[in-house]
Ligand binder design. Sequence first.
Ligand SMILES: [Zn+2]
Length: 140
Amino acid sequence: MNENLKMRLINDAKDIANENFCCTSSNFTVGVALLTTDGKVYKGFNIENDGIQSICAERVTICKALSEGNKDFKCLAVVGKKLDEEKFTKTLPCGYCRQFMSQYCPKDFVIYTYDDESEEIYEYTLEELLPESFSYKKDK
Ligand SMILES: [Zn+2]
């Protein structure tokens, strides 16, 4: 994917993170922009509550796409920052999200993140972030 498309996805993730009004526990906002194979972009942010049932931006976004009938995913961009700070920092999916993604995304699915300080794009495949993932299916 070319650099312009990567930055567009990263900027979409930043935009939705800046709209977050649901990270009331951590005050750490995370935004995700998910690109489907047919070119559609879904966006989401982390949704927290006072219990332990908070939902990460990655799962929010993938569930949005799945619930609208789209299940063919190409890549996503994820960024995060403290609410009172301007700059986004390198942010990667938690272990729970990595396992969740392994169910719905191909192994060559790419995760981009970005650090405003270094102005560097980081990219990983899902296979790199979660090698030897759990599955009871033989074809995985
Ligand atoms: Zn997560």
